[in-house]
Each structure stands twice: as structure tokens, then as C-alpha cells.
Write a protein that binds this ligand. Structure first.
Ligand code: FE
Length: 139
């Protein structure tokens, strides 16, 4: 396991996170589609890592992929999200993790909007925390 800026023992993560968050973020689980609180959430703001608060995605890059999970066509910044090949469940996928704490976010796929990046960052709601931004704020 690579080392991350924020490094806690599994015991510490267990105490900090809810059981559902722990399952997704630390055990790389997946929430059931269409059940997450951000799947159909369109307020302007920033989505942060639920485990460490690292800013990960902006609401204006979120789109409705119809897949059941919050989807973004790009990360707030390339340094915010770490990618890793994932061969589990007889699939070849690219896992995405918070670059600061190593928390599991979801996967990135190549079927995003063609007029943008062509990427779809498919993220578990349980991995995210939303910070509302007032409309006058600029990036
Ligand atoms: Fe994090």
C-alpha cells in the first residue's frame, strides 16, 4: 500500500467513519446504485473527501450519467485523485482514490461526455462530503 499524507490505522478509521463509509472508503466497497445522497444532487459547490476533507470535484463538472452514482467528467485538480489498476471482480478497471488519505472513491471510465474530457469519474456518495458554494464565488 502506498503511503499517503494522511495515514491512520484501520482502527482509527473505524472510529472516525460510519460503518457504511468504512466499507466503501477503506474496504473499497460500492454503495448500491441510486441510493447515494449525491446521485441526484445539483447544488453549486465542492465535493470533498468524506474521510479527510480534501477537495476533489466541482459541481460544475458533475453530470447525469444515469448509472446510479455521482459522476464527474474531471477532478478538481489532477493531483487530488490517484489512479490505480483494479482487476477485482473479473473486470479491468481504474480505481480512483483520494490522493491525500488513500480513501476509495470509485472508478474512472472512458464513457464520459465526448464534448468534455470523455471521462466519467464514477464516485460513491459515501466517499463524498458536499460544501455549498455561494453563486458569487469564483473558482
Ligand atoms: Fe481523503
Amino acid at each position: 500500500m502506498a503511503s499517503f499524507e494522511i495515514s491512520k490505522t484501520e482502527e482509527e478509521w473505524k472510529q472516525q467513519l460510519t460503518p457504511d463509509q468504512y466499507f466503501v472508503i477503506r474496504e473499497k466497497g460500492t454503495e448500491r446504485p441510486f441510493t447515494g445522497k449525491f446521485e441526484n444532487h445539483w447544488e453549486p459547490g465542492v465535493y470533498n473527501c468524506a474521510a479527510c476533507g480534501n477537495e476533489l470535484f466541482l459541481s460544475n463538472t458533475k453530470f447525469d450519467a444515469g448509472c446510479g452514482w455521482p459522476s464527474f467528467y474531471e477532478a478538481l485538480d489532477k493531483t487530488k485523485v490517484t489512479e490505480k489498476m483494479d482487476y477485482s471482480h473479473d473486470m479491468t478497471r481504474v480505481e480512483i482514490m483520494c490522493a491525500k488519505c488513500g480513501g476509495h472513491l470509485g472508478h474512472v471510465f472512458n464513457d464520459g461526455p465526448a464534448d468534455k474530457t470523455g471521462l466519467r469519474y464514477c464516485v460513491n456518495s459515501l466517499s463524498l462530503e458536499f460544501k455549498k458554494q455561494d453563486s458569487s464565488a469564483t473558482k
